[in-house]
Design a binder for this molecule. Structure first.
Ligand SMILES: NC(=O)C1=CN([C@@H]2O[C@H](COP(=O)(O)OP(=O)(O)OC[C@H]3O[C@@H](n4cnc5c(N)ncnc54)[C@H](O)[C@@H]3O)[C@@H](O)[C@H]2O)[C@@H](O)CC1
Ligand SMILES: [K+]
Length: 502
């Protein structure tokens, strides 16, 4: 059993693959072995997390996830912990493994109750074994058992930390979204710390969408079973390798990035040059050799005195054929007429914000975008969920309900690398499993951090990384910079850009 940390790349398996791995292992092992291992591991982690618990509440569902909880209850009771189990199952009606664990818990005199213990405190522990990978999407036709709803709410509001078995209950393993009717009330984060002990495999849900808040710290126990030949459906990104810099190198060795964007105040009364300057600053601090900025402000800003390293250029003075171009940040409406030239000429291109919105509204630009791959031109799109929805002709909820699928669809439709931003950004390229980024936090929910990411992707593309590696590495470093932010100090995009490591 080990804690999953963002430094190391790790394979992720979907529900179907996890089932196949489980079935193959169960066929080789004596009956009930996997559940006994799962329950023993859960009890071990529970003891490590709450060694001084006065009370442990184990909420057990009707299936085998509940069976893991019953098995853990037996071990914790045997170790002398005061355990209370609430169980949604019925003796004689549970799946065979869960029935066996219920019998073992019952024989060990585990205390069963109809309601959770009322007096849990921060030193106590809740174990969430209500639902695991057997959860189906649910929906209007399937009203959840009122006890299930009440216990999910009690887990969400408990002052005691929660250890989820396999998955936080209600979360769909493949998407990181809640099944119908099982999301926590409101958008409130859980009251206490969360841990999840993932069994056999790591599932995508733990790292994207609603999953990061729900899962908290993720642990993995493989139950002594290797995934065999089962291919992962996605990867959790690890730390990118540091960029080696030869002594005998010069600024030309690390590439030129040109940022095109920043509609001026004069055009429509909406000054957006800050977005382009933030992207440029990120490219600079991300290690680009030279950074050029073409502000779309009719030449009004001749110099950024705060960042004199930036070279301001008129768009028509850029030699697009030899540049890595970051296009769109704060581009407003002014960026649209420039896109045909940018899409045709730039050998390496990052498209963000208003460039994406312009492309979403124009089928001719979409064709131009998809044609780039055949010419060997590299492209990275960095949409947030609304921009992704516009590009795909969907709504934001549909994109968020299937984040991995949406990122893959974007990559395949436009034959490029797509970064679907949000909690657990997804990076996809055609024909390969996508990667989920494990770094970053809600401090990034502030204006300009997306521009910083686009600029950093540009710097990594310019320095010679493959488009997918440039995008995945940039997401990781961008999130890591936010994770290291000093407590109590507000994160601003310009300060974030200055903290980026190359
Ligand atoms: N069979 C085994 O030996 C093993 C099972 N394991 C555990 O078993 C879990 C999978 O067990 P199951 O396949 O029994 O499934 P679960 O226990 O995850 O869930 C099945 C139950 O959820 C209910 N349910 C499904 N969708 C619902 C919805 N939308 N709303 C309300 N209720 C819903 C079903 O009616 C069923 O009662 C894993 O996550 C893992 O925790 C592990 O211990 C590994 C070994
Ligand atoms: K669970």
């Amino acid at each position: 059993m080990h804690r999953i940390l963002p430094d190391h790349r790790a394979p992720l398996f979907d529900q179907a693959a996890t089932r196949r791995i489980e079935e193959a292992a169960a066929a080789r092992l004596p009956p009930h072995t996997l559940m006994q291992r799962a329950g023993e591991a859960t009890a071990r982690l529970a003891r490590a997390l709450a060694p001084h618990a006065r009370r442990i509440w184990i909420a057990c569902g009707p299936g085998n996830n509940g069976g893991d909880g019953l098995e853990a209850a037996l071990h914790l009771r045997t170790a002398g912990y005061p355990v209370t189990v609430t169980w949604l199952g019925q003796p004689g009606h549970a799946p065979a493994d869960a029935q066996r664990s219920w019998q073992r818990a019952h024989d060990a005199c585990v205390a069963f109750a109809d309601t959770p213990p009322p007096d849990l405190g921060p030193a106590d522990l809740c174990v969430d074994a209500l639902l695991g990978i057997g959860l189906a999407p649910g929906g209007a036709q399937r009203a959840p058992d009122p006890r299930l709803r009440a216990w999910l709410d009690a887990l969400h509001a408990s002052p005691a930390p929660v250890l989820a078995v396999d998955l936080p209950s209600g979360l769909l393993a493949d998407t990181g979204q809640y099944a119908g009717g099982l999301a926590p009330p409101g958008a409130t984060p859980p009251r206490s710390a969360r841990h999840t002990l993932s069994l056999l495999t790591l599932k995508p849900a733990l790292f994207t969408g609603a999953g990061r808040d729900a899962a908290g710290a993720v642990w993995l126990h493989d139950l002594g079973v290797a995934p065999g030949t089962e291919p992962p459906c996605a990867w959790l990104s690890g730390a990118p390798a540091p960029l080696a810099r030869a002594h005998a190198s010069h600024k030309g060795s690390y590439g030129d990035v040109a940022v095109v964007g920043g509609e001026g105040l004069a055009q429509r009364g909406l000054g957006m040059s800050g977005a382009a300057l933030l992207a440029a600053s990120a490219a600079l601090h991300g290690g680009a050799g030279r950074v050029l900025v073409a502000l779309l402000d009719e030449g009004l800003q001749p110099l950024d005195t705060a960042q004199p390293e930036l070279m301001l250029r008129r768009f028509d003075a850029l030699d697009l054929e030899r540049l890595t171009v970051v296009c769109g940040c704060g581009g407003g409406e002014a960026v649209r007429p420039l896109l045909p030239r940018v899409l045709a000429a730039a050998p390496r291109l990052v498209l963000d914000a208003d460039a994406l919105n312009a492309i979403a509204a124009d089928p001719a630009l979409q064709h131009q975008l998809s044609d780039r791959a055949a010419r060997g031109q590299a492209t990275v799109l960095t949409p947030h969920p609304l921009e992704a929805a516009r590009l795909l002709g969907l709504d934001t909820a549909q994109v968020q309900a299937h984040r991995l699928q949406a990122a893959r669809l974007l990559a395949e439709r436009f034959r490029c690398v797509a970064v679907l931003k949000g909690s657990g950004s997804v990076v996809a390229e055609p024909g390969q499993p996508p990667a989920i980024n494990p770094t970053g936090n809600a401090r990034l929910a502030t204006a300009g951090t997306g521009d910083v990411l686009a600029g950093l992707v540009g710097a990594r593309l310019a320095s010679g990384h493959r488009a997918f590696d440039a995008a995945a590495g940039a997401c990781w470093l961008h999130g890591r910079a936010a994770d290291g932010w000093r407590e109590g100090r507000a994160l601003t995009a310009s300060a974030l850009a200055r903290r980026l490591g190359a």
